[in-house]
Design a protein around this ligand. Structure first.
Ligand SMILES: [Fe+2]
Ligand SMILES: [Fe+2]
Length: 298
């Protein structure tokens, strides 16, 4: 049981996640769904015999999303020498997983690029992108097999914050005021106002949107990584990437703190100063090439 669940009001314990979150986020029903092709692509690539053409055809049914995905494929971040003009070609060059993750990235950036609230979306997404690059770099550095998925876990780890900002804005204002007054972690202020944190809210969204389970788990547990019982590598990587990104001062992580990397995670990933220095250096280099990602917000 994580610290969030243990502090939950007992009357709420019998409620489903959705009912409980509706008590906290009044406008939960307004949360947008993802384009249908995202779920279709997810379903298709679960079939080991699926080919690039089939997935490409599914994707091109949504022209706008395909165009945004191709914009990311052709960004300086990936540095392909020639322009890739079709999603099918992108799949052949980059693989199913990576293109699926870019489709997911493009859809989420599009859904949550802003709103009529007093919140710096650009700083939020800079923190998210920095964490994405850091997560991918760290998993490559540690030679884990998760590097493609680590990017999207880093990118979306704090997505629950945006739900609170957009669908419970007056509560977010109270959270921000507590963070500023007490100079505490955002999760501490969230516990005070919501009796839960953005990790739980984000995991609800990830589940609702049918994200892969390891991504949902990384979102749920990135602030409580020692309690995770499955998909632990993805959760650990996301936890470390968030802290690296805070240390590099990319965007806004919600408070001014740079928490210590969890001891259990440090040992389990066999981290050392060299590895972290390398990841920080590569994250800085990668971040310079991500303006196409941030342009999707405009
Ligand atoms: Fe977080
Ligand atoms: Fe974060």
């Amino acid at each position: 049981m994580n610290s969030t669940e243990s502090k939950t009001n007992p009357d709420m314990a019998e409620m489903t996640d959705t009912e409980r979150l509706k008590e906290i986020i009044e406008k939960l029903d307004d949360v947008p769904s993802l384009p249908t092709v995202v779920a279709e692509v997810n379903r298709a690539i679960r079939n080991p015999r699926v080919d690039a053409n089939t997935v490409g055809q599914i994707l091109t049914r949504d022209q706008a999303l395909s165009a945004k995905t191709l914009k990311l494929v052709n960004s300086a971040f990936y540095g392909f020498p020639h322009r890739i003009n079709s999603v099918t070609r992108a799949i052949i060059v980059m693989g199913f997983q990576r293109v699926r993750n870019l489709v997911l990235t493009a859809s989420v950036l599009d859904k949550f690029k802003g709103g009529n609230v007093d919140f710096d979306f650009s700083s939020f997404w800079k923190h998210a992108l920095g964490s994405a690059i850091s997560a991918e770099t760290l998993s490559q550095e540690l030679k884990l097999q998760e590097s493609e998925d680590a990017f999207v876990a880093g990118l979306l780890h704090d997505i629950g914050k945006l739900l609170v900002v957009l669908y419970a804005p007056e509560k977010f204002v109270r959270i921000r005021a507590i963070v500023n007054k007490k100079n505490c972690l955002i999760i501490e202020a969230e516990e005070e106002v919501l009796e839960t944190t953005h990790s739980t809210v984000g995991a609800w969204l990830a589940k609702t949107w049918q994200f892969p389970p390891k991504l949902t788990q990384a979102i749920r547990m990135h602030h409580d990584p020692q309690s995770v019982r499955e998909y632990y590598e993805m959760t650990y990587i996301t936890h470390v990437a968030d802290i690296i990104c805070r240390a590099l001062n990319f965007g806004d992580g919600g408070d001014k703190k740079i928490p210590k990397i969890n001891d259990h995670v440090w040992k389990a990933l066999k981290l050392d100063k060299n590895i972290l220095d390398n990841v920080m250096k590569k994250t800085l280099e990668g971040f310079d090439k991500t303006k196409d990602f941030l342009q999707l917000l405009q």
